[in-house]
Design a protein around this ligand. Structure first.
Ligand code: NAD
Length: 478
């Protein structure tokens, strides 16, 4: 018997969770539940994270959370509980299968059967943001080698385990050469370890367009966090309804399973919500905790119910569906179908062991890291970059000299275009001119000079070369 933690959440959460638990019980799942309260009521009681200490204890001791959607109150500095749970528990892989249920659920994409493997811990989702000047705010995009290795290896292992043929990677590395560039590079490295699985890379804009237009071209898709967030909702929606998809958040120690949709407050308490997303999450959970037979039984009974035309309002279609049912009645129909098989839809046939254990990340031998210069980010209210350059060359030290100014990434000095619009946020690059050994005392000197001359430096970024290769962006237009 496996003990798991259950959170019924807000809005339609309690209704779809009750329906899901009833199906699990009827199917003979060997689980007992600890229920925790998270979400709106906890937030509004003054806990800005939406989760209590005792709830954390339950999740950490049981290591598996089945979670219904929650409502994050607007305003008031409330943090997203989903993001917090994923990151604190190290749930690095977000797995979202999206397949159409044609011809029983209306979709423009009858042959769609793909899985999105979304990186879950880093990228712009780290939410590290600062206002630096009157006009400019920033969000830091962090991509790490261990983060890339874990998610990309997970995607290939997932493909191998589930007999999938291809893994596709989406990035925007033509623009973000360091961050998305690292994700792409690690993808190419790891793909070589799986010669029997096809691999490909698309720039995310055209890749996303293809996904929306011809999803049948894709099998497993691995993506950095933010692209994955957007693309997995699109992929779920075009199967027929967001109410149909579940997701697994997998870490080395713990895992969380949930529907992909939100708490749908407008339809709460009416017994009309589709519980399928959470049922799908429960199927993934049962497979994860080593009860694949129960998972298969529930999934196949669910498919049979969809085939029988017993549909909740969101997928009900006159002429196609047979019976419009409520949340509870849908669950009862799935229970009645336990043991039955779908006739047309592809039944679930899980490998007996569906757990994926990755090798522990091995830190590489450090590379030779040399300081090549520094970018001083300056808050300055003028508009003429040449004027700023004359002020900033006064900060030059013997070894570090002003070499470039950019504004929002566009080079505006030297030889800028007067047409370029400038904000009050300037990146001012200081480079070593000769083969001097630049060290941090040069940066301290530059900052001291800036302070003396009343130049408002709002942040610095060191410029490094690793193994002799410059590892920082140039100014666009340079
Ligand atoms: P939503 O997913 O709750 O609803 C979007 C639309 O889909 C609505 O029309 C809704 O009625 C419909 N819908 C969603 N689930 C359905 C289901 N199971 N059956 C039938 N129809 C369904 O998104 P939203 O309206 O943007 O957000 C509502 C609340 O949910 C917000 O407070 C948001 O913060 C929260 N939210 C929570 C999670 C989570 O806990 N995982 C995820 C997303 C949004």
């Amino acid at each position: 018997m496996k003990r798991i933690t259950v959170a019924k959440g807000d809005g339609i959460g309690p209704e779809i969770m009750d329906a899901t638990l009833a199906i699990m019980q009827a199917a003979g799942a060997q689980v007992t539940f600890d229920e925790i309260e998270i979400g709106e009521r906890v937030y509004l009681s003054g806990n800005t994270s939406g989760i209590s200490e005792s709830a954390w204890e339950s999740i950490r001791s049981n290591k598996v959370l089945l979670k219904a959607p929650i409502t994050t109150p607007q305003g008031g500095g409330y943090k997203s509980l989903n993001v917090t749970i994923r990151k604190i528990l190290g749930l690095y892989a977000n797995i979202r299968p999206c397949n159409s249920l044609h011809p029983f659920v209306t979709t423009k994409h009858p042959n769609m059967d793909l899985v999105i493997v979304r990186e879950n811990e880093e990228d712009l989702y780290a939410g590290i943001e600062h206002q630096q000047t009157d006009e400019v705010v920033q969000c830091l995009k962090l991509i790490s080698r261990p983060g890339c290795e874990k998610i990309i290896r997970y995607a290939f292992e997932y493909a191998k385990l589930h007999g999938r043929k291809k893994v596709t990677c989406f990035t925007k590395d033509n623009i973000m050469k360091q961050t998305d560039g690292l994700f792409h590079q690690v993808f190419d490295e790891i793909a070589k370890e799986y010669p029997h699985i096809e691999n490909e890379h698309w720039i995310v804009d055209i890749g996303a367009a293809l996904l929306a237009d011809s999803p049948e071209l894709f099998d497993v898709i691995v993506v950095p966090n933010l692209y994955g967030d957007v693309l997995s909702d699109i992929a779920a929606q075009i199967t027929g309804s967001v109410g149909l998809a579940g997701s697994a958040n997998i870490g080395e120690e713990c895992a969380m399973f949930e529907a992909i949709h939100g708490s749908a407050p407008r339809i709460q308490g009416q017994n009309i919500a589709n519980p399928s997303g959470l049922i799908q999450a429960a199927v993934q959970m049962l497979a994860h905790i080593g009860q694949p037979d129960v998972a298969e039984n529930i999934h196949n009974a669910w498919l049979k119910t969809i085939e029988d035309g017993i549909h909740t309002f969101d997928i009900y279609k006159e002429g196609l569906s047979k019976q419009k049912v409520g949340t509870k009645e849908f669950a009862q129909a799935v229970i009645a179908n336990l043991g039955a098989m779908p006739k047309q839809l592809k039944k679930l046939n899980l490998a007996k062991d569906v757990s994926i254990t990755l090798p522990k990340y091995q830190r590489k031998t450090p590379r030779k890291k040399e300081l090549k210069g520094v970018d001083l980010f300056v808050h300055w209210n003028g508009t003429n970059a040449n004027e700023l350059a004359s002020l900033l060359t006064e900060l030059n030290t013997e070894d570090a000299k002003l070499s470039m100014i950019t504004n929002r990434g566009i080079k505006v000095w030297p030889n800028g275009f007067p047409e370029t619009f400038c904000t009050d946020h300037w990146r001012c690059r200081y480079h070593i001119e000769k083969e001097a050994d630049l060290n941090k005392t040069h940066i301290i000197k530059l900052l001291a000079n800036a302070h003396e001359k009343n130049v408002d430096v709002v942040k610095t970024e060191n410029l490094y070369a690793f193994d002799g290769k410059p590892a920082f962006s140039l100014g666009q237009g340079q």
